[in-house]
Design a protein around this ligand. Structure first.
Ligand code: MN
Ligand code: MN
Length: 464
């Protein structure tokens, strides 16, 4: 290419470049250190409840305290509110009063998984199983023959809680079986989404009978007796339990160059960690910085711990009231980065993407002007002004960003919490880490993108 053409192109054409060609060598060690913390966070928080505990521990260590409704809040205060053990709201009070707005990063800490049904345990052919109802959008065939562990809480009849941890560390794991290829010819002809029916996602939990030969349900009895011995629970207690089967492996580096991370639950804990870590690392910002770690995003943000609940409004109202200012004015002047993952371009399935409008691994935090499906339906669709504000803020700090869509126009789409923030009259833009195999029991992200998303959250919090 001639020098002249090069110059002319540089002046007016947009050329996306791989992040590794753009970052300084020195920044790569910061990327590595950040990702080490992130992997630990993933291993400690495989359910929304556990992730909240991890997050609270990190926040407490960084000087955050539970919000005390009887006391005023001052600039520089670091407060949090844990909503029913599943949703976490945190704030660092800024220099300016809250009616001049706040800067929010909102991620979610629930991930697709298999929840036990209210009456889960049964025996068939002298094998014991737990029935499940999947949570969120999963590709069911991906969840068979994967080692699973059981996490969650059982509330006994007397109101006492028992925390269940089955399959951690060296403990025995659980699994859902699949048909052998020798007998799978008929199953193999079915469409992928029908090959493993939801009612077949039954977890194998035991095989050794107790008692006398000829009795019924001897394996089931053994399993229940073991659970009773370990947790003091009976079969009725499943009725008031939230038990989640999640993959029983830890986060790990992927690729011989260790440039990627493979783990369960990265949608959306990769952004949750970025939003949280960035808040914990803040000094006193110009405007109040708020981090939302919401629950229930994967099933539509419903319920008391989802983004549609008034818990967020209540938290914000407490802060506004403590300063004697209007919550509605605060929302009107606020900005929210809806920090959620986006689809990364996968060359193995190129037909699903518009190659010119897609996020790529290692190209930085992925902005999404709109998500939504087929004709932007259900999208919050950020304004040009909003994208401009974010783009400018990221450029000022040399933060690598890209912009794309979730797959092809008539194919893709998806929801995030963006629309529920926008409904509150809060200016919102979706942005997050591009993910390969999103919603699979083992998702893959690029380390560089994780770190850039952290830096993006921090730049938004600190923006004037
Ligand atoms: Mn998500
Ligand atoms: Mn999701």
């Amino acid at each position: 290419m001639s020098e002249e053409m090069k110059l002319r192109k540089e002046q007016v054409l947009a050329t996306a470049r791989n992040g590794y060609d753009r970052v300084e060598e020195a920044e790569l060690s910061a990327v590595e250190a950040y990702c080490a913390g992130y992997k630990k966070y993933l291993d400690g928080g495989k359910t929304e409840r556990l992730c909240l505990k991890e997050s609270v521990a990190l926040a407490e260590a960084a000087g955050f305290r539970p919000l005390d409704r009887t006391k005023p809040v001052h600039r520089g205060d670091r407060v949090y509110f844990a909503n029913r053990g599943k949703e976490l709201l945190l704030a660092v009070i800024g220099e300016k009063p809250l009616d001049q707005g706040c800067h929010i990063a909102a991620a979610h800490i629930d991930s697709p998984r298999l929840d036990l049904k209210p009456v889960p345990l049964y025996e068939d052919s002298e094998l014991a199983y737990c029935k499940t109802h999947y949570y969120g959008g999963i590709r069911k065939y991906q969840w068979v023959t994967v080692p699973l562990e059981l996490r969650g809480v059982v509330m006994r009849r007397d109101g006492t809680a028992v925390e269940v941890t089955l399959g951690e560390g060296d403990e025995p794991k659980l699994v859902i079986t699949d048909l052998l290829p020798h007998l799978g010819a008929e199953q193999g002809k079915k469409p992928l989404n029908e090959a493993v029916p939801g009612e077949n996602l039954n977890i194998l939990i035991g095989s050794r009978p107790v008692g006398e030969e000829g009795e019924s349900d001897r394996v089931k009895l053994h399993v229940m007796e073991l659970l009773h011995k370990k947790y003091g629970i009976t079969e009725w207690d499943f009725a008031s339990a939230e038990l989640e089967a999640v993959p029983a492996y830890r986060a790990t580096d992927i690729g011989i160059d260790a440039s990627l991370i493979g783990a369960y639950g990265q949608d959306d804990r990769v952004c949750a960690y970025a939003a949280l870590r960035a808040l914990l690392d803040l000094g006193t910002p110009e405007v109040t910085a708020v981090c939302v770690l919401a629950d229930k995003e994967e099933i539509g943000s419903m319920g008391v711990t989802g983004m549609q609940s008034a818990a967020f409004d209540t938290f914000m109202e407490e802060l506004c009231q403590a300063q004697g200012v209007s919550l509605r004015a605060c929302y009107e002047n606020a900005f929210c980065l809806s920090a959620d993952v986006t689809a990364a371009y996968d060359p193995l399935y190129s037909e699903a993407y518009d190659k010119r409008n897609v996020a790529r691994v290692n190209y930085g935090v992925g902005l999404c002007k709109y998500t939504g499906a087929r004709g932007k339906s259900g999208a919050s669709d950020a304004s040009a002004e909003t994208v401009s504000f974010v783009r400018r803020t990221l450029d000022e700090h040399n933060i690598l960003w890209q912009i794309g869509e979730m797959g092809k126009v008539d194919l893709g789409g998806g929801g995030t919490v963006a629309q529920y923030m926008a409904n509150r009259n809060i200016t919102t833009l979706d942005a997050g880490v591009p993910v390969l195999s999103m919603h699979a029991p083992f998702e893959v992200v690029g380390k560089l993108d994780c770190y850039m998303t952290y830096r993006a959250c921090r730049a938004i919090y600190e923006a004037k």
